[in-house]
Design a protein around this ligand. Sequence first.
Ligand code: GLU
Ligand code: MG
Length: 458
Amino acid sequence: MEQLERERQASLARQIAVDLATQSVVGVALTWVDNSGITRVKAVPVGRLERAAAWGVGASPVFDTFLVDDSTVVGRFAGGPVGDLRLHPDLSRLTTLAAAPGWAWAPANRYDQDGAPHPQDARAIARREVWLLAALGFTAQAAFEVEWCVSIGDGDEFVAACKGPGYGMTRLVELSGYLRDLLSALTAQAVSVEQIHPEYAAGQYEVSVAVDDPVGAADTAVLVRETIRTVSARHGMRATFGPKVLADGVGNGFHVHLSLWRDGVNLMSGGAGRYGLTPAGEAFMAGILARLPALLALGAPSVASYLRLIPSHWAGAFACWGLENREAAMRFVTGALADRATAANVEVKCFDAAANPYLLMAGLLAAGRAGLTSEATLPEPVEVDPASLDPQTRAARGILALPGTLEDAVVTFESDPVLGEALGAALVDTVATVRRGEIALLANADAATIAARTRWRY
Ligand code: GLU
Ligand code: MG
């Protein structure tokens, strides 16, 4: 970071601090998401924001090797007690937290002490992927869907905070005050909510938000999750985004909606391909489809993820695509008739919120870009539940079951050249080390134990 940029940031922070003080904001939370998918934080009083913006706040690089239970591992390129990084708030995304009076939040970029971006900073890598796509003449629009379950009180046992049926109006009635406060807080924070509804699993709800640029979408996912957590606590409840809250039943997904654009035109629509896909839109999707097994190491990164990622649970356990097919890992959505040209997108369903959204977004964009440069094409779409096809038919149609264990996903990830180039060898090693650390942590644990030990961590 150049001196001029430091001065620019300092002057911006000075103005923002004045504004924050008039809103009685006392502290600013600076967050980043680690490789285990946990949002970590350092906070500064408003009076120190200027200094933080110019020079950053110290944070150990050891967080790159934290596991879900806060123990650490040591990789070849990360881990251990030595070194320091600087967290720089992205002031353009600074938000006053409506449900946590006195607090504001900003996502942080991590730099080294000399002012160079930390090579294993997920947000920086996601930003780079956006630039690389732009260099080819494309932009992407993205949104994460957040599913969560709410439990009564603060106990470790999960006790669903609502009793009504899945998608039932009863659940809205039961927790109407909670959902109202959540909507108000998100709206006050300039999060553009598109929909909120009770989901299928016990105590489960979902919120979906408007699309944004890919890094903005990942920031919003962090903000939405922490807002849900805050509002839940204020209502005497506990929120969990864990992939599998209870050993049986349906899990919490973290579906990613993506569309590819050029010159203001959505390339998922208006083309001569299937369902209106253009060649570029198809190639982008095909690049992602081909790399889903490896991408799982980023998007289904917990041992608990594989309790969720099973057929016939709407989690998308098969690597295939289909129009509005909720059992395909990639569900193609043309959108409502009125706004097809802008709304058409693909929803990648196989991911869950143990994912670091920045890292996952970087991987998705890199995979899509690889599809674009190789002019990849999609296989035939699948119009049934792939689990209903016999294995021979699935094999003949090229429909693969996604990896059934985290270890299988990690092995594929480690040897994937596209993700390797996007993340760099150091981060690939760190991610694989963290994944194997968590596999060892939960080795021999049964499903109920895995659910219980991960439930309150995300
Ligand atoms: N809860 C399901 C999952 O684990 C998704 C349900 C839906 O399609 O919205 O991904
Ligand atoms: Mg859902």
